[in-house]
Design a protein around this ligand. Structure first.
Ligand code: SAH
Length: 216
């Protein structure tokens, strides 16, 4: 292994221990994925030394890659198993999708900004994430032809929870979405079963806007 890779592997182990395990994330598969995916590759080279810090970073086009802890918290909340098919809205850098790709059978991810979509697609190919399917469009419509999904994750803040996404959620499916105002939101988890939709609030958060038909 090259020296640089050893350095980043150490930084990742440290990130998992100090930022993620210490704040109560216990899902072993999630911790292993966070320790494995090379987060620095998802930001510009000028920011590689900050890639494992405890905050979000800019990824261009006025968008951001979430803080590592938020990625871990949302991923754990999805309660993923290896046969799951997951839909993500807001590909961004592709980091969250790559974490998901480590944990499930197939990831479907949608991005509305062309430059980010192209960049993430190339990165998935370079890193050999062959189980990630990408799409350039307004994700607030979901991806009906590929649904229903075992889990859906929205990585941009929505004004409310789009009904189409609930419709594309499989029985016993989980949806995690930041919903609320333009500046700050609540992280909401929804679970679908025979009795309907069950909602839990995971706490306050700050995401960039979900822009589109059922967004802002
Ligand atoms: N998950 C990303 C972080 C995304 S930031 C990562 O791991 O890096 C939020 C992203 O959602 C931005 O790239 C933004 O362009 C995208 N977005 C906003 N509204 C969208 C929509 N309606 N459909 C698809 N993507 C959207």
């Amino acid at each position: 292994m090259r020296n640089e890779e050893i350095l980043y592997e150490r930084k990742r182990a440290d990130m998992v221990k100090r930022q993620i395990e210490s704040r109560g994330i216990t899902d072993k598969r999630v911790l292993a994925a966070m320790a494995k995916v090379p987060r620095h590759k998802f930001v510009s080279e000028a920011m590689w030394d900050q890639a494992y810090s405890d905050y979000p970073l800019p990824i261009g086009e006025q968008q951001t890659i979430s803080q590592p802890y938020i990625v871990a918290e949302m991923t754990q909340a999805l309660e993923l198993t290896k046969d799951d098919r997951v839909l993500e809205l807001g590909t961004g850098s592709g980091y969250q999708a790559s974490i998901l790709a480590e944990l499930v059978f197939k990831v479907y991810t949608i991005e509305r900004i062309y430059a980010l979509y192209v960049k993430a697609r190339k990165l998935f190919d370079n890193l050999k994430y062959h189980n990630i399917v990408t799409k350039y469009s307004d994700g607030t419509y979901g991806w009906e032809s590929e649904g229903p999904f075992d889990a859906i994750i929205v990585t941009a803040g929505a004004p409310s929870i789009p009904q189409v996404l609930l419709d594309q959620l499989a029985m016993h499916g989980r949806l995690v979405i930041p919903a609320g105002g333009k500046q700050s939101q609540e992280l909401i988890k929804l679970y679908k079963d025979e009795n309907g939709i069950h909602q839990t609030n995971l706490g306050g958060c700050r995401f960039v806007k979900l822009v589109g038909e059922y967004g802002w």
